[in-house]
Design a protein around this ligand. Sequence first.
Ligand code: FAD
Length: 430
Amino acid sequence: MTTMNLRQTPLPSAAVPPVPFGTDVPWTNWGGNQQATPAFTVRPRTEQEALDAVRFAIKEGLPVRAVGSGHSSSPLVQTGGVLLEMSAMTGITGTDKARRRARALAGTTINAFGDPLWKQGLALSNQGDIDKQQIAGALATSTHGSGKDLGSFSSALRWVKLINGHGEIVEIGEGQLRELRAAQVALGTLGIFLEVELAVEDSYYLQEQITYPDWAETAATWDADIDGNRHYSLLWCPGEGSAELLDLPGAPGLSMTNRSYTKRYNKVRIADESEISTVEGSRLDRSYRIYPGGFTTPFHELEYFVPREHGLAATEAVQELIRTRYPEQKYPVEVRWVKADEGYMSQFQGRETTVITLTTEPGTDYWQFFRDADALLQEFEPRAHWGKIHFMTRSRLERLYPQLETFIDVRREFDPRGVFLNDHTRALLG
Ligand SMILES: Cc1cc2nc3c(=O)[nH]c(=O)nc-3n(C[C@H](O)[C@H](O)[C@H](O)COP(=O)(O)OP(=O)(O)OC[C@H]3O[C@@H](n4cnc5c(N)ncnc54)[C@H](O)[C@@H]3O)c2cc1C
């Protein structure tokens, strides 16, 4: 596999109609809080079909958005134009063991990387709480796991082939750092990703350790836990019944009120796979079997990113908000850590980060809780997960993302007519 340079593929000028699988087909996301009825929904099976769909849209003056697994709860996917449903473009397309690289089609789900990479002695460096997202969907929002030395999926992007707003297939590699840093976190606004290359690592086993410290103990060992483990994350439970809401096994014989469910995953070497253990709380397994948690019941989340040095204060401020003003909010608060990176629109750009996730129940009125949490966390200069509910505005982005202008310049070069914008992304990045 070689690193590609930016290349423009000459293509015929006439747009042909796409192969739609439907017109006016209603779309709803996983959480049920976002809907759209695109004029055309297209499920391309090949690059050519995706290209035909984009060229058709450009010719007809229609906007285009892509959808991955629909796990974002912000209004990223909505379009009244052409929706490209990417689930048919899937599969690992190449690996390079020596360079520790893997290529995959854009619709490949994270869980489809596990076995094929393992067979080549490779593995993803990190994963988040679930593995059902498509890789291009995960990249678009800077999806992350936890670990202070581990970056997001976006930080691992080294090459991408995409369809731009001129109706061309182009490639961005490491020779085009300016464009690559824009592509790493693009919210779908540079164009339709067709295939990506990620930096990966040698395959590894992880040993899980689950503990249930009370909050005083959690806070007392804060930095030691972050620094002393490859993956450290915690879910703080405000009350009884909290753990069950996310299917977390509670501490045997202990009240979970004001207690944390903490996860540590560290690399181990084993003689052979007879040492694999599936005992809950102390599993030992291939990395990709340890990470994903599940989460089958829909919920809604707000996820904010504060500089690591403010992580404990910000978490305790959120706890106080729940205790004093929102005691009915029972979902655990998740806290994770992510390494700094360079993607222009990455929430981790230039700062080691503590991630704080608030989860709420669909069908309940959680807006005031989220707004108050947003206001409370402002003193910590929070960035927000692009794929979760947030209150970001253009003026906030101007303050929080030093490379915003460069991102917008690149976006306009790739898509001068704004083919790939919808109302949400136009307001932020138009
Ligand atoms: C239960 C649950 C658990 C989660 N856990 C985590 C976690 O641990 N860590 C974390 O960081 N996030 C997490 N998330 C958030 C999730 O990872 C992101 O919202 C992610 O973007 C969803 O990926 P998707 O494939 O569903 O993409 P979608 O939600 O379908 O789309 C997301 C964005 O990607 C764009 N897109 C999709 N495909 C393409 C393409 N081929 N070309 C260009 N743009 C494209 C879409 O237009 C959209 O802008 C979780 C979400 C849920 C619901």
